[in-house]
Write a protein that binds this ligand. Sequence first.
Ligand code: GLC
Length: 711
Amino acid sequence: MKPSTVLYKDASVPVEIRIDDLLSRMTTHEKVMQLNQYTLGNNNNENNVGEVAGELPAELGSVIYYNDNPDLRNAYQRRCMEESRLGIPCIFGYDMIHGFRTIYPISLGQACSWNVPLVERMTSYAAAEGRMSGVDWTFSPMIDVARDPRWGRVSEGYGEDPYANAAFCAATVRGYQGKSLADSTTIAACLKHYVAYGASEAGRDYVYTEVSPQTLWDTYLPPYKAGVDAGALTLMSSFNDISGIPGSANYYTLTEILKNRWKHKGFVVSDWGSIEQLVNQGNAADKKEAGLRAFNSGLEMDMMSHAYDKYLEELIDEGKVDSVLLDESVRRVLRVKMLLGLFEKPYTGNHPDRFMRPDALSAARQLAAESMVLLKNDSTGILPLDGVGRIAVIGPVAKSSASLQGSWNGRGVYDETVTLYQGILDRFAPEAEIRFAKGSDLDKTTEVELAQAVDTACWADVVILCLGEERRWSGENASRSTIALPEAQLQLAEKIAATGKPVVMLLSSGRPLDLSQMEPLANAIIEVWQPGTAGGAAAADILSGDVNPSGKLAMTFPRSTGQIPIYYNRRGSARRHQGFYQDIPSTPLYPFGHGLSYTTFVYGEPSVSSSTFRKGEKVTVTVPVTNTGLRAGAEAVLWFISDPAASITRPLMELKHFEKRELKPGETTTFKFVIDPMKHLSFPDADGNIILEPGDFKIIVGPHTVNLVME
Ligand code: GLC
């Protein structure tokens, strides 16, 4: 006789029927508890210190899991399954932003690789490490379009362009969620921070964001739509006040757009304390009102405000919260748990070999190398290094593993990081002799240190000067009033340049930097970002030419902090030849899309299937690209559209397609962009209605512009 399985525990029954059955059995208290997230394990996030519940209730919906071993999870999960009345499994979330134990480049660096398939593959490896460690759900991808590098969180997203953020968002959702969420190697994704957090005023964190409805639809919502379309099961509401209505109490974004228009079937979790913080923002008189506003706006789960567990039942009793909305919210959470297979497999198995697997490490090294951007390589042609006898590795970042891991480095172990120095040693010694001098700390130096560095430089044939940021200078709660490096590092660079030795500058940072004073002091400059576990090895791959650099900037490098905001897809000025700065050029130091190679690529004349077409017709534009150099290399071809005259002004150019391919020396290959007018030439109005207007359009690819007319 088969043991009687209650309906909601029967995996052969359709999920919605199971949820109906379970909801019918739940008390109001049990429903409310599903909408709360506490913490479990050792919270090492210094920005979020919250009360650690002594004894976690067995009816709790979710925890943030600060551990990389499943034992603690399984022990608590067993309480949820066996001590609660209905045995509803808990869902364990965690910030796996660019890796779990194997750490990959920060997302801003990943975007510069323009290698979507590689990012998707790397994300699947990260998901496997996390799921096999007890994490079912990651608070990633972060897809906040950002144009102010004073904001430390530019490191976490995919740069200044909506389309790039959308493309990498969809790739990470596919990577995390895979083909089946019930697999022991996939996890639920979480699109964050919904929405427009990247518009943080003056690059400060947690502050007001002035976002017009038009800009909300033009710039900030597209990556979220791409993530929802890719099947992302969850989102995280943002801290920021969106022009008067904070992201965590915004009915228009959380319900009207996400649920009513986009038909999202998962749930939204708040950011840490963002419900309670509505009081600070002046949107609620107290935590109870904050809970009311947040819940009725469509925010399902409360991360650590303790507003829902404390007040939701009261609000229901007072008739201020509708029990229908309560059931719908709980349904969404239960749906995700069932899709993850948590009712059938609530516990995590034992996988001792889950970390740093060869395929993960190989992807980490490849993605790190492809994320690095060769910003400068002057006529001395110092790179790639070839047959050098004496190499001086100098600078405060040379032996730093923390800098290379960056912020949100998950369960990364610093000692497992290949530093820049170690990578150079492994690749170039013993053929080359390597010497090290720190020369300065990140933000101070001494005459003795400078003198030692100068001596070491004078001894060498070439200097690799490793400068940049400390890992906590970017990421959350890490705004900086200037994007120039500290004076001490400039002083070191000047001293080294004065020796007259060839200098290759490696920069490790979580944001674009003001390099105006640094640029003249080096023959070559590579932005290595925060490249993760294999960072030093990847840097050596680039320095040696084993890998030809292919990175292109996904975020503009301004000439100075004073130019911010400066980004490529801005609207046109009323006067094309006026309105410039009087004291510096008004162009960036390195524009969006900039990145050099050790070979050269020539873009031939584009061809177009028809330069005149009607709304319903597609147009194909192709361009031949030739590797005219002597070295194989990969080229990311970026395709932009321009709509020079529209009823709502459009950016001067907008990225709408990109593709990256490896070309052998002398090889010519044809890149193609199939233009679907409704997808590529339309734009939203201030309420998201799609507009497609006939008229002139331009397609921009490399140095070429193709004129099209839509009738
Ligand atoms: C933080 C961050 C968010 C993160 C969450 C949980 O405050 O804003 O990105 O996922 O809290 O750690």
